[in-house]
Design a protein around this ligand. Structure first.
Ligand code: HEM
Length: 531
């Protein structure tokens, strides 16, 4: 009896000492960022709601600009202060991507969802090639501008047609489907010299597959946080459907790769696919074929790169231009000022060019304000820590998912006066020049910052400035102004809306810019289905 009593006492002392040592060890050591508790297994997941960015903003107000929570079995840290985001994302250890069901399906291919060595090499490669495309590609001419302007021309032509019909039917124009084709064509031409005609059934199928992909991945979202759910009835079928759709997309991209291989000429690099084929060829010649893409399948990597850049560069730009139209409906006085500036600088005999940008500060500031106020990627993309780190005095373990809450930065009243208001002037400095503060982060920041920001700024400018140069964009009679809240998805999109277009004809009636661009386009591009 006594022996048993002594044993128990010794055990109790032992545990007390262990606990004391742990407590002493943790004194002065950083702890996890504060944050809300959830429920067992699901963590905070059931409380998130649809508008995650708004919910996270409210949690940041309560727990601070670095807070943590658990979604399922995953630890999430949300950053909503620009200085912390800048600090964190400048560091190597924040460049990881979460290990989830989604990343398993992608198999580590591409650039957006890869990490480590493959990501680093791909990022460097794409950065260099995209930069060359924008500045020095072709015979000294700005190829990127030419490609974009071809699509701007086609877009305006379609709008012209629709504006004519609208005069008779008194209808209104939905910009979304026209923008979807035009913006897709820009990225498809850069990636693979392909363009779609408006109303092309291939394009409709392509877009349907992408939209369905987003929907199916959305349905699988919970599996990313609670992996065991993958065995639930229904979700297995969803996974199969995703696989089927992905193989249809892959087949489409592979045909493109094959066509490029068949017609490849190293002295005439036409697009990004050719750049990849050249890279593979050089790797073979130098005997480093097996190391290329970290030993991953070459064609699958090209397919995923095309898919990555398409999905990153289409929806974001289309949505931003839609938002620009929405803000012009809300603020006709801003639209009038942009048009006044365009008329004074560009004149009424031609369309705006990239070279005009430096002389169009108000137009530029308007577009920056659209990017700020809409925050089309409100949650950035989720990063992951590659090792244990300390940030802002908090401990963040390896493999934590880290979310940059860009929306909160853009709507922070301590940084932006009356952040809800649309005021382009806030992005103009004292001398009337465009001024971008450090906390303007629509493209994220740091090592994984958007790879397409330069292209995006070019496209948004050329489409928007040309639209306002050629049309007044007005609210159709009897319609309410579209809401500014937005619909949450991968991007924050405006609700469906239409516009009434009133032509602003260019002065010289025989200057047919549309004709000029259609000729350019047909000489340079293959339409889908032509091979
Ligand atoms: C208005 C247009 C766009 C916006 C607002 C936008 C915004 C963003 C944001 C916020 C990120 C995540 C940054 C981070 O989390 O650290 C990102 C990443 C990325 N963007 Fe964009 N983007 C746009 C257009 C484009 C275009 C046109 C392309 C391609 C040509 C592109 C390619 C990418 C890629 C590849 C990444 C991933 C980079 C990486 O993981 O290293 N984006 N973008």
């Amino acid at each position: 009896m006594l022996v048993e009593y002594v044993n128990w006492t010794l055990w109790a002392i032992f545990f007390a000492v262990v606990i004391l040592v742990k407590i002493l060890e943790s004194v002065g050591k950083p702890s996890l960022p504060p944050g809300p508790w959830g429920v067992p297994l699901a963590g905070y997941l059931p409380f998130l709601g649809v508008d995650t960015h708004l919910h996270f903003r409210d949690l940041a107000r309560k727990y601070g600009s670095i807070f943590s929570t658990r979604l399922g079995n995953k630890l999430i840290v949300v950053l909503s202060d620009y200085k912390t985001i800048r600090e964190a994302f400048s560091k190597e250890e924040f460049t990881g991507r979460p290990d989830t069901e989604f990343s398993n399906i992608l198999g580590g291919y591409g650039v957006i969802n890869s990490d480590g060595r493959l990501w680093k090499d791909q990022r460097r490669f794409l950065h260099e090639k995209l930069r060359r495309f924008g500045v020095t590609f072709g015979s000294g001419k700005d190829q990127m501008q030419t490609k974009i302007m071809q699509e701007v021309g086609m877009f305006l032509k379609e709008l012209n047609n629709q504006a004519d019909q609208q005069l008779t039917s008194n209808g209104s124009v939905d910009l979304e489907p026209l923008l979807a084709v035009s913006i897709s064509n820009v990225i498809c031409s850069i990636m693979m010299s392909v363009r779609f005609e408006h109303h092309d059934p291939h394009f409709t199928r392509f877009m349907d597959l992408i939209a369905e992909g987003f929907r199916l991945f959305g349905r699988m979202a919970y599996v990313n946080f609670i992996p065991v759910l993958r065995y639930m009835p229904g979700l297995r079928e969803t996974r199969q459907q995703i696989a089927q759709n992905r193989s249809e997309m892959a087949e489409f991209f592979q045909k493109t790769v094959d066509w490029h291989r068949d017609t490849f000429d190293p002295s005439n690099i036409r697009d990004m696919t050719d750049n990849y084929l050249l890279e593979i060829r050089e790797a073979k010649a130098e005997g480093r074929e097996g190391e290329l893409f970290e030993g991953k399948d070459h064609d699958r990597q090209i397919q995923q790169i095309i898919g990555d850049l398409f999905s990153a560069g289409m929806e974001t730009i289309k949505t931003t231009i839609q938002w620009a139209a929405v803000f012009m409906l809300h603020h006709p006085e801003v639209a009038a000022k942009v048009q006044e500036e365009l008329d004074a600088v560009v004149g009424r005999r031609r369309l705006p060019k990239l070279e005009d940008r430096q002389n169009l500060p108000y137009t530029e500031a308007t577009l920056l304000e659209v990017l700020r106020r809409s925050s089309v990627v409100p949650l950035g993309t989720t990063h992951a820590t590659t090792r244990d780190v300390v940030l802002g005095g908090h401990f963040i373990p390896k493999n934590t998912q880290v979310v940059p809450l860009l929306h909160a930065v853009h709507m922070d009243p301590t940084l932006w006066e009356e952040p809800e208001k649309f005021k382009p002037e806030r992005l103009l400095g004292a001398e009337g020049k465009v001024h971008k503060p450090q906390y303007f982060l629509p493209f994220g920041v740091g090592r994984r910052m958007c790879l397409g920001d330069v292209l995006a700024r070019m496209e948004i400018f050329l489409f928007f400035a040309s639209l306002l140069h050629c049309f007044h964009v007005k609210l159709p009679e009897g319609k309410d102004l579209p809401s500014l809240t937005g619909i949450s998805g991968v991007t924050l999109t405006p609700e469906n809306f239409t516009v009434r277009l009133q032509k602003r004809p260019l002065e010289e009636s025989d200057y047919d810019f549309l004709q000029e661009f259609s000729e350019l386009q047909s000489s340079l591009m293959r339409n889908v289905g032509s091979h």
